[in-house]
Design a protein around this ligand. Structure first.
Ligand code: NAD
Length: 283
């Protein structure tokens, strides 16, 4: 029987732990604070912000939105981020991307303090992920994948894991995090030859390509484990993943749905990182 890896179950388990941790921090006089930096009012940013705040507040985290016009000058943004870095009530900073064209992300990513960089934008945190040093913040989406695997007690050690996608947001850091847990990882991308054959060899297949339903049942080994990171629209405008869920679900041992899988866990990871940031401040 196929196990559907439900984000809601992972979220509930994480929430229980986080409420206890926040309670302990509050006893020590610390209220964890999330600072969201948003430039302009793009609907996807607003939607993500709403979800992130709801999730963070549900475990007792204070949230503050720092909203600036989309036309903000780079020097001013640097000045504002520096103030938030110094704000003792903020323990984690989320900056929405993509940034407007007058802002150079290559500069900005260095400005966010690594200690508050809860979605791994600063190259110091990126380097830590790539060198197997778990003392920094890894990006939230790959961490959500690791949380799902852990909750469902799926060990990756020694397993053949194929990751489709090599972006710095998902594919590459996820591959490094799996490697750290002793998986044998293959990273696939648009130039990969024999993608289907490689995928079929995977004991765990993780799709993060951003192509609606591209992974059909014939890409998946019988009884394989499938994690779908993709968030896409299908031909009729319905939310779907990179995996053809209906076609795959009966041939796999575990699978994440879209929606209701990896995406939903991401906000909980964000909250978890804020709490970690607040705890680290006490050390
Ligand atoms: P991206 O476009 O930056 O990267 C996609 C990667 O997939 C590239 O490395 C590309 O080489 C590879 N790829 C694309 N088409 C391919 C194909 N046909 N065959 C093989 N490889 C292919 O996207 P991203 O930011 O990494 O996001 C990937 C997906 O994950 C998107 O659907 C995005 O919406 C979703 N996403 C989900 C979350 C979440 O919280 N669940 C967060 C971020 C991104």
């Amino acid at each position: 029987m196929t196990v559907i890896m439900k984000g809601s179950e992972v979220i509930n388990a994480m929430k229980e732990k986080m409420i206890i941790e926040v309670g302990e921090l509050k006893n020590k006089g610390v209220i964890p604070g999330l600072g969201i930096i948003r430039l302009g009012v793009k609907p996807p940013d607003l939607a993500y912000e709403k979800g992130a705040i709801k999730r963070a507040e549900s475990v007792g985290i204070n949230c503050k939105v720092f909203e600036y016009p989309e036309t903000i000058a780079q020097a001013e943004l640097i000045h504002e981020i520096s103030k938030i870095n110094a704000d003792k009530a903020i323990h984690g900073i989320l900056l929405f991307r993509p940034l407007p064209k007058q802002i150079d992300e290559r500069i900005i990513k260095h400005i966010i303090s690594p200690e508050k960089d809860i979605d791994c934008l600063n190259p110091i945190n990126v380097a830590k992920v790539f060198s197997g040093d778990e003392s920094g913040f890894a990006p939230c989406t790959p961490t959500a994948v690791m949380e799902l695997l852990e909750y469902y007690k799926i060990s990756v050690e020694g397993k053949k894991v194929v990751v489709i996608g090599r972006s710095l947001v998902v594919g590459k850091p996820l591959a490094m995090m799996l490697l750290k847990k002793n998986a044998t990882v293959t990273i696939c991308h648009t130039r990969t030859r024999n993608l289907k054959e490689l995928c079929r060899e995977a004991e765990i297949l993780i799709a993060a390509a951003g192509k609606a339903k591209m992974i059909t049942a014939d890409f998946i080994s019988q009884g394989g484990i499938v994690i779908d990171v993709g968030i896409n629209m299908d031909q009729v405008g319905k939310l779907c993943g990179d995996v053809d869920y209906e076609g795959a679900v009966n041939n796999v041992s575990y699978i994440t749905p879209v929606p209701g899988g990896v995406g939903t866990v991401t906000s909980s990871v964000l909250a978890k990182h804020v709490i970690r940031g607040a705890s680290a401040g006490l050390l």
